[in-house]
Design a protein around this ligand. Structure first.
Ligand code: DX5
Ligand code: ZN
Length: 213
């Protein structure tokens, strides 16, 4: 079953409650892009925004950490209201241990890679992950062009997840819209992040509806 996860990064920060209500009503997950200006050349937001949204969120809060030293902050993101926390494979010295630690907090643990990292690099860690996030753009900015090679990466990863006898949803993030949602679902993706396609649309509700199979 496809879940739609609008990314708050593209929301209207002057009227964030309106956009949170939209997700509460029509989507499945709230996606938060936390950027530190070091791991990625952009800075987004942190704990105050997540704590504020948590007061109104009625859907799971999916925190995507594009930061160095994620191990220093996962506990605070869990306390702030995250029910899913993902971090980049190459931001951690011990991804397996960090995945297990996130799980110990009662939070779903996710691993992320950029489009230039082979999906095979994820394979040793799948057993400790509750989901995997494949970037379909290079992390750091909303509104980028979808990278078409993502489809084959989803199929390769999905095959390995099944080979290992695991049940782990694949989340796709970056350049996702109503025009590629069906093909992504066909390739095996189960969670679709969409920022600009949803929040920059004249009718966000219609876009979310159009993204569903
Ligand atoms: C990029 C973020 C994505 C981005 C998606 O670093 O991880 O979640 O906000 O935005 P769109 O859907 O506009 O590509
Ligand atoms: Zn993201």
């Amino acid at each position: 079953m496809i879940q739609i996860a609008p990314s708050i990064l593209s929301a209207d920060f002057l009227n964030l409650e309106k956009d949170v209500d939209l997700v509460n009503k029509y989507a499945d997950i709230l996606h938060f892009d936390v950027m530190d200006g070091v791991f990625v050349p952009n800075i987004s937001f942190g704990f105050p925004v997540i704590e504020a949204v948590a007061r109104k969120a009625e859907k799971p809060m999916d925190v995507h950490l594009m930061i160095v030293n994620p191990e220093k902050y996962v506990d605070r993101f869990a306390q702030a209201g995250a029910s899913m926390i993902s971090f980049h494979l190459n931001a951690s010295d011990d991804p397996g241990a960090l995945l297990r630690h996130i799980r110990s907090l009662g939070v779903k643990a996710g691993l992320v890679i950029n489009p230039d990292i082979p999906v095979e690099h994820l394979f040793p860690y799948l057993v400790d992950a509750d989901y995997v996030l494949l970037m379909s753009v290079f992390a750091g900015f909303g509104g980028q062009k979808f990278i078409e090679a993502t489809y084959d990466r989803i199929r390769t990863l999905k095959a390995e997840i099944e080979r290992q006898g695991l049940v782990i949803p694949i989340e796709i993030d970056g350049g996702v819209s109503a025009s590629n949602a069906a093909a992504l679902a066909d390739a095996g993706a189960e969670i679709l992040v969409a920022g600009s396609a949803v929040f920059k649309a004249a009718d966000p509700e219609a876009v979310i509806r159009a993204m569903r199979p």
